[in-house]
Design a binder for this molecule. Structure first.
Ligand code: HEC
Ligand code: HEC
Ligand code: HEC
Ligand code: HEC
Ligand code: HEC
Length: 369
């Protein structure tokens, strides 16, 4: 039964990826959509490949399908504009990501995202269904708007606005042991906010060089690597002082867990300044550890979650510090993360990659008494 199920899935996967599409290069959009292009160029979507993302590369380096040079199934989400995506997705075709192939290095390109027509839901991971017309893009601007370079589809474009366009790749990823290794809440809305409104907020600057508009949707995709300052307003930090202790409350008003990828390690750092003296209190850690046989394991080996202290969607987490505050004390609170859990750095050969080793400050707050 299980075999039958897996086979069905496999067929489903092949079918959904049978067509290889040709996508316009993102550079082609630069002359008119200059600001959007510049934002995109620095984002993780433009840098999602093993050659451009050292963290992706480090995990991929240890993957059995890479060691045997068999298949790069990651391409479905990490290099979806590849000109041989079908082969990449097929076992034993040996179609590996190639530094010299432009379509492999395009990442989640402009034209790719703007040609997602609908999303097919699957148990393992979802699939994007693409349009077959090359230069015709889904958008959300007012109807009847035109471009001299490409067509604009303004019908059936709700998915661009409500965030469904993101869930083809972001909703979940199940490994072959049935463990969901990376999951964003598929119920992608919260208080009227969704993936697009939170991660692509409207900011100053024109949509294109041809018409002067005041704002455009931010295409730098604020997240754990870049521009997290744009998201701090969705997480509140407050302090409650008691007689013998105090409590830090973290209110995650987000529709998903604070950090999503299982490599991450969130940290709450708290210190108390009294006069000239600063006392550093114990760090509080937020993490989701995947494992097998009671030991941490790579996502393709893991069959269970060993530990999950990550702050969940819409959760208010309280952390108690047994420290008696006095008048004049100043409490400094920093919430942040390491993109790669420091315990995993060595085994991933990432000790010298600053992107993996650096502590990323997300939100700071100070309280004086
Ligand atoms: C179903 C889509 C999908 C597939 C298939 C997929 N990924 Fe990902 N991957 C994502 C998404 C979405 C993110 C961003 C998640 C986040 O930031 O929380 C991501 C992030 C990552 C990261 C973190 C990168 C960083 O810079 O922090 C690593 C590492 C990674 N993937 C490795 C892989 C490997 C290796 C494969 C193939 C064996 C793979 N992924 C297959 C969707 C996918
Ligand atoms: C010759 C100039 C030009 C080039 C090149 C160009 N565009 Fe546009 N595009 C426009 C204009 C003009 C509009 C209409 C919006 C406006 O008034 O600025 C537009 C609008 C759009 C929209 C918004 C549609 C909507 O309703 O929200 C999308 C999406 C889009 N372009 C994608 C792209 C992509 C992807 C590329 C590159 C593959 C590209 N464009 C290249 C001129 C251009
Ligand atoms: C074709 C698959 C795909 C689609 C569609 C997609 N993403 Fe991603 N996204 C990824 C992958 C893969 C990564 C991780 C890249 C890496 O770290 O190497 C990522 C990373 C991110 C990040 C993390 C950025 C950071 O700085 O850490 C955010 C935020 C994000 N995506 C938001 C979105 C939003 C919002 C949408 C919908 C508008 C979307 N994505 C659509 C595949 C996709
Ligand atoms: C991960 C998916 C994704 C990628 C990659 C992406 N876009 Fe978009 N784009 C969107 C979404 C979603 C919207 C709708 C935003 C909204 O309605 O707030 C949008 C909106 C637009 C608009 C309409 C203007 C606006 O401000 O709403 C233009 C033009 C556009 N994109 C061009 C581009 C170009 C050019 C690139 C590459 C440089 C690109 N997009 C890459 C998802 C993407
Ligand atoms: C209410 C606002 C909000 C909504 C809605 C929202 N996010 Fe987030 N997202 C956040 C915040 C806050 C963070 C954590 C701060 C950061 O990573 O910069 C975050 C982080 C992320 C990250 C990085 C996590 C990591 O571990 O690398 C990804 C990827 C992401 N969101 C994708 C999505 C997708 C896809 C959707 C829709 C299904 C979505 N988000 C909906 C606010 C939101």
């Amino acid at each position: 039964m299980r075999y039958f199920f897996t086979l069905l899935f496999f067929l489903g996967l092949l079918q959904a990826n049978d067509a290889v599409h040709t996508f316009a290069k993102s550079e082609d959009c630069k002359s008119c959509h200059t600001q959007i292009y510049d934002e995109f160029y620095g984002s993780m979507h433009a840098n999602s490949t093993p050659q451009k993302d050292p963290i992706h590369n480090a995990i991929w380096a240890q993957h059995p399908k890479n060691l045997k040079q068999e298949q790069y199934a990651c391409g479905k989400c990490h290099t979806p504009a590849a000109d041989n995506l079908d082969k990449m997705m097929t076992n034993a075709q040996k179609a590996m990501p190639d530094a010299k192939n432009e379509t492999h290095q395009a990442g989640i390109s402009c034209a790719y995202c703007h040609r997602i027509k609908s999303i097919e839901l699957h148990k393992e991971h979802n699939t994007n269904i693409m349009t077959t017309t090359e230069k015709n893009y889904f958008g959300t601007l007012k109807e009847g708007i035109e471009s001299p370079y490409h067509g604009i589809v303004s019908e059936g474009n709700e998915h661009m606005k409500n965030g469904n366009v993101c869930i083809g790749c972001h909703s979940h990823r199940m490994n072959k042991h049935g463990l969901n290794v990376c999951s964003t809440n598929i119920d992608n809305e919260m208080d009227g906010a969704n993936c697009v409104s939170c991660h692509m907020p409207k900011i100053d600057g024109s949509v294109s060089a041809l018409n002067d508009t005041k704002v455009h949707a931010f295409h730098g995709f604020a997240g754990a690597h870049f521009h997290s300052e744009m998201l701090t307003k969705h997480v509140d930090i407050s302090l409650l002082r008691n007689i013998g202790n105090f409590i830090i409350n973290i209110d995650n008003r987000t529709s998903h867990a604070l950090l999503l990828h299982p490599l991450r390690l969130g940290v709450l750092k708290v210190s108390v300044k009294r006069g000239e003296k600063t006392t550093q209190l114990k760090d509080e850690i937020f993490v989701r550890v995947l494992g097998k046989d009671s030991k941490p394991a790579m996502p393709w080996i893991a069959d269970t979650t060993l530990k999950d202290t990550m702050i969940q969607a819409n959760e208010k987490r309280s952390v108690q510090y047994d420290f008696k505050l006095q008048q004049g004390d100043k409490v400094d609170v920093v919430l942040g993360w390491f993109l790669v859990n420091p315990k995993a750095l060595q085994s991933l050969n990432l000790e010298n990659e600053s992107v993996a080793t650096k502590f990323h400050e997300f939100k700071k707050e100070s309280f004086t008494f």
